[in-house]
Structure formats: C-alpha cells, structure tokens
Design a protein around this ligand. Sequence first.
Ligand SMILES: O=C(O)CCC(=O)C(=O)O
Length: 283
Amino acid sequence: MKVNLSLIDADTIKEYNENGVCVVRNLISPEWITRMGTAVDRILSKPAPGSMEYTPEGKTGRYYGDFFVWRRDLDFNEFMRSQPLVQLAAEFMQAEQIRFFYDQLLVKEPQTAEHTPLHQDLPYWPLRGEQIISIWAGFDPVTEEAGAVQYIKGSHLWGKFYAPATFGKTSNFDKIYRKAGLEEMPDPDGLIHEGEMLHWDLAPGDVVVHHPLILHYSKGNLTATGRRRGLALRYIGEDVTWDDRPGTFVTNPNLAKTLPEIHLSDGEPLHGELFPVVWQRAV
Ligand SMILES: O=C(O)CCC(=O)C(=O)O
C-alpha cells in the first residue's frame, strides 16, 4: 500500500474492485453538510451559463445539473479540497498525487419525474487511465423513492464502453455525443431488470464511491417534500492522461465557453489550473 488506510479498510477496497461501487458512512461533518446545503441553494437560485435544467418546462419538480461549480463558488472550491474527500480518493486509488477533474451538481427536487439514464461515466470524459474515481455526496437523506443512484453490480468489468446518453432532451449534448461513434447500449431497461442492482439509503455525511465504467442510473424524486441535492466529485491520479477523441462533454460549446481554453494534447498528463492538484503523498 502506498497510501495508509485511515478512512476505509482493505475489505472495502476489495468490495469496490469487485462490485465497482461501495458506500462509506459518516465521512462528511455536519458543519460541511450545512454549509454545502446553503451553497447548493445559492447555485440553484442563480443558474449560470452551462447549467442544465433537465425537467421540461411545465412539469413538476426540477432536475438541475451543473458542472465545474467549484470554479465559481468558494464553498464548492473548499469542499472538494477538504481532507476527508481527498484522503478518501487517495486511499481508494493508492495514488502519489490527486487532481480534481470536476464536480457535477445533480439536484432532484420533490416530484421530479425525470430519470438519470443508464450510463457509464468514462465514455463522456476526455480521459484514459485507471486512477479515476467518483464520490457522490448527498446533502439530504437519500432513499430509492427520492432518486438514490443505482448501480449494476460488477458492470465495470464487462469490457463495455457504451455511447454516452444525454441527461436532458434539450441539453444539446446529443449532437456532441453522436460524434463519439461508440456502441449504443442495447437495452437499458433490460440491463436494469436483469442486473443485480445496488443502491443505499444515505444519511447526510455518507458518500457512495463509484468506478468510471460502472453502469448506473437514478429514478426521479417521487417524494412529496424530500429534496435530493447530490454532488458528484471526480478525482484522478497520476496515471491519467488526456484523451482527445471527439464527442466528450467538454466539447459542448455551452460548457466550453464557461471554461478556460484547454491546452492539453492527446496522451498528455493533465495539468493546469482547471485540474488542480488537491492532494500529494507525503514523502
Ligand atoms: O445523481 C444522479 O442521478 C446521477 C449521478 C451520476 O450519474 C454520477 O454521479 O456519475
């Protein structure tokens, strides 16, 4: 082990390697939960260019998506750099150095019907490498009825790399993703039906850690009043390089115009202020 385990044990890493996902309880302090709840509401009240409203107009609820929020909000910035999160990423990936790839805010307000489609994350991303991890944190209690993310156990090992699915019909991402020319997922509903699904009820403070190739989705939030404010934090280790293939999410012009120009060539390790180093192994 390069990184000593203090937040998880070797069995948790084994479970993650086999299943592609696992839960870590009680990671985030109540102070951070309160602070981030307020920060999320601030973002929701002032959507920015590049943010997404996935719920069609006139429908109940709200499915809101946003990317790279840390760049415009100090609380998000400090949260993604906070000790338990970066330490957890380092322990799972056994990395020398951790960079932050991006954060993705995924809020489903009560009575939101929209599902998150079944997908793998890596086909959306301009990345190659093994040391890539997502930590999904909720700032409300999360249940299946409120839209807990559900995972097909072990699907990260299927050797599949399916075309990205767009989260919302008007997001403009579909045109981009078609450029990737990847294999379409044959029958998402069938895969969900036949697969062994994993999900957890979460208390604020719990997080779910998932592999970039695991198939996952979520239903709407059908509760009357329970919010589901989730934030997916993506961390990478030193083995990750830039993949310049077409059709990744950063090439969406709506998003690209909110980001600094990216000067990374194919095969290059990530660097620069857009992907900051957030943890370094002590020598
Ligand atoms: O929060 C959701 O509904 C989906 C989350 C997700 O797709 C992710 O974290 O990669």
